[in-house]
Design a protein around this ligand. Structure first.
Ligand code: ZN
Ligand code: ZN
Ligand code: FE
Length: 750
């Protein structure tokens, strides 16, 4: 077996899978397929490890869910692929006493097949009822007000059970025995419809009316599970154009919701793993490759070969999508990077571009955006962990101090550690938006209350200006506890090590847009050697100067200016990007150092190359220029450009200046992108070789780039390195809080 085969599957199945013959079922299935490994009970359900050829593992994975014993209730399903551990046979491990069990709030679960068939069966009392659920599905985290998870501790407390529902609730043999959000048309929540001004619209068939309005081009705001969606017909160009203009969002892709799997397959290519994700209990948005001639307007995701697709995950969505009979854009109900809106009064004021509001009277207790995942190189890549995944506990396998980690300011997520696990919050957003910073504070207060938890230590990013760091400083001061500042890329590294169960020393390639460095400059093209406890910066990209440090995040041409000046390039490419006045202003900024920053950011280097190649010179959202550059390569590498490796004060510096000089010779965007990606792969390879450490972890937002990730992994494996990447923890700043916890915990341990 070649060393690169990630032929060990780890599958963590949560839910009521104990005591229903699940482990013998796994054993029989594994034996039938000739798989080696083990199955054991965990506190949350069952853990499976399986080794075989990759095709066999894919088949095994599919059947684990499809053929599970009828009494098994699979409430969560996470799988990842790793290097083989060398199992000789398949065994059922004896149950360990899971130790102290702590009450753990559960994530929301997509509608189960039995509830689906009930809402479609006119003979049942829940026919066409949008709030149908049972113990296997339905809202959890988004309706819970306290622990334990009992009806009085949910936003269903206001609804008294009717006799029929009460009988189900009390019958141990019923599927709805102790189903806390249980409801029916006689006693449960109801839909309503209103105009933009909040004026109720009386209609007997709310869903029919909403579907009709959407079909005729209206934008409808829908109160869903973890917040509001804004919906428009995905085939109606005029409605979409209006939505783009009003939201306002020029480039950032809109997500789509399809009535069913067949409809998804009509418009996108879907492989086995992607289908497992889409149809799983977590039901995330999955980025899928668009079929040529899919017929969906490009404005949904301009210039993007991928479409973010999801399936309806509540009966409300199911019933509405059935009425529509085709895909809708279902984008989160917010402006730009604010958190998703959860309350109707707020929605009416924050979503003024919606023509109608489809509402219900079950309060949403806390926000949970749709999660976003992608399959890259036959592995899951989680981009946003929120609905369905939060607040899932991550077992640490050791005792940890109580750390509150406040994360970073972009794609913020917070995390806490309890005795032997870590809990990550749902995605919060970019904290510069006041609403997002409010949500950040709310989530922290919420976690403290929900888990009856107080921190012993606070961990924060080293960035002195981050809102999340200032907040952490205040908490530490007010509560008289220690504050540990964790370098941004060290946190990325620790998150990736944790996800892969690594201890000891590794080389971490941490590439992203922005992270405050220990020398006060902006890092982002880093090679760190070390452990959870400490690191040494062993190599980095050659730095350049950004004019108008913050503006440069959105304006790729500013990065290009810094890069071209640093490379001593001729004047002509700059004249294309700037007016003479702009250029002289920026030149003087760089000359005087006023409002500039030195950076080794790989993300900004991507922006620069994207601008030089004429692909994107200013963006409307972070990462746009880099994404467009990635797409321009159309999945292939070219001949690497020349580059150099020099040493400065014992640190290796990867010098891209020769590459930029060579790039200016030809201006074909596709070729530049292919050659640039190849250059980066070679740079990483040469830095890894000179660091000489056998284990390499790849982390940071730049590795959301599928081409770079897949090709770097391949190159490093070929060179004999063990390569570790993210699967279920975001490689972007959504993973920072998790990393902060580990670094802080190891430092506390002394
Ligand atoms: Zn159900
Ligand atoms: Zn009822
Ligand atoms: Fe980062």
């Amino acid at each position: 077996m070649s060393k690169d085969a990630a032929n060990r599957l780890i599958c963590r199945i949560g839910g009521a899978v104990q005591g229903v013959g699940f482990r013998p079922f796994v054993y029989r299935l594994a034996t039938e397929l000739g798989i080696r490994g083990r199955v054991s009970n965990s506190t949350a359900g069952v853990d499976v490890e399986a080794e075989a050829g990759r095709r066999t593992l894919d088949e095994f994975l599919k059947r684990l869910r499809a053929d599970a014993p009828p009494a098994a209730r699979i409430l969560s399903f996470e799988f990842s692929f790793h290097q083989p551990a060398g199992f000789q046979d398949f065994r059922i491990d004896p149950s360990e006493d899971g130790g102290e069990k702590t009450a753990m709030p559960m994530a929301d679960i997509a509608t189960c097949p039995q509830c689906l068939s009930e809402i479609h069966d006119p003979a049942t009392r829940r026919f066409a009822y949008p709030f149908t659920n049972c113990t296997q599905c339905g809202p959890r985290f988004t309706i819970m007000t306290d622990i334990p998870y009992d009806r009085p501790n949910t936003s269903m407390r206001a609804y008294d059970l009717c006799p029929a529902c009460a009988a189900e609730y009390e019958n141990p043999r019923d599927r709805r025995f102790h189903a806390q959000p249980l409801a029916c048309p006689a006693c449960g929540p109801r839909l309503s419809y209103c105009s933009r001004s909040g004026e109720p619209i009386d209609c007997p068939d709310v869903l029919g009316r909403a579907a009709e309005d959407i079909r005729s081009g209206a934008v409808v705001a829908l109160k869903g599970l973890g917040g509001f969606h804004v919906m428009a017909d995905a085939r109606n160009l005029a409605a979409l154009a209006r939505l783009r203009q009003q939201k306002p969002r020029e480039y950032k892709p809109f997500a789509l919701m399809f009535p069913d799997m067949e409809a998804v397959k009509l418009h996108c290519f879907v492989d086995g793993l992607e289908e497992l994700l889409l149809t799983g209990p977590e039901a995330p948005i999955v980025l899928l490759k668009k079929r040529p001639g899919s017929g969906l307007p490009d404005i949904i995701a301009p210039g993007n070969p991928l479409l973010g697709c999801m399936l309806p995950y509540t009966p409300l969505h199911v019933l509405l999508l059935e009425r529509l009979g085709g895909p809708v854009v279902a984008t989160s109900g917010n402006l730009a990077d604010e958190p998703i809106c959860i309350d109707e009064h707020e929605a009416l004021s924050r979503l003024p571009f919606a023509d109608f509001f489809l509402l219900h009277d079950r309060p949403i207790v806390r926000h949970a955006d749709d999660s976003v995942a992608r399959v890259v190189d036959a592995q899951v890549m989680m981009l946003r962990r929120a609905r369905g995944y939060a607040p899932r506990s991550l077992p640490a396998g050791r005792s940890l101090p109580r750390v509150l980690a406040t994360g970073g300011d972009l794609k913020n997520v917070i995390a806490i550690s309890r005795h032997d696990d870590i809990v990550m919050s749902q995605h919060i957003g970019d904290l510069e938006a006041a609403e997002a910073f409010d949500a950040f504070q709310r989530v922290i207060a919420d976690f403290r209350k929900l888990f009856s938890w107080t921190p012993a230590v606070v961990a924060a990013d080293m960035h002195p200006g981050y809102f999340s760091s200032r907040f952490a400083r205040d908490v530490a001061q007010q509560e008289g506890i220690a504050l540990l500042e964790v370098q941004h890329h060290h946190a990325h590294m620790a998150a990736c090590m944790f996800e892969n169960g690594l201890e000891g020393d590794v080389l971490a390639v941490t590439w992203d847009g922005t992270g405050y460095g220990t020398d006060g400059t902006i890092w982002g093209g880093e090679f760190l050697a070390g452990s959870y406890k400490s690191f040494k910066r062993v190599a980095h990209l050659h730095p350049f100067t950004l004019a108008g440090a913050d503006a440069a995040v959105r304006e790729g041409r500013r990065s290009a200016l810094g890069v071209l000046l640093e490379a001593g390039a001729p004047q002509s490419p700059l004249d294309e990007m700037f007016s003479p006045d702009e250029l002289s202003g920026m030149r003087s900024m760089i000359a005087t150092g006023f409002n500039t920053a030195r950076t080794t950011s790989a993300g900004r280097l991507f922006d620069a190359v994207s601008a030089i190649a004429g692909i994107c010179r200013s963006s409307t959202c972070e990462g746009q220029a880099a994404m467009m550059l990635e797409f321009a390569a159309r999945g292939e590498l070219g001949e690497p450009y020349p580059f150099e490796l020099y040493e400065q004060d014992g640190v290796r510096v990867l010098d891209w200046r020769p590459a930029v000089a060579a790039m200016l010779a030809g201006r074909d965007a596709c070729l530049i992108s292919r050659r640039f990606h190849a250059t980066l792969v070679e740079m990483i390879r040469s830095a890894a070789r000179s660091a000489g450490m056998p284990r390499v972890v790849l982390s940071g937002g730049v590795f959301q780039n599928a081409l770079l990730l897949a090709r770097t992994r391949r190159a490093l494996l070929q060179d004999g390195f063990e390569v570790y990447t993210h699967q279920w923890i975001p490689t972007n700043d959504g993973g920072i809080a998790l990393g902060q916890i580990l670094v802080a915990a190891h430092r506390q341990a002394g």
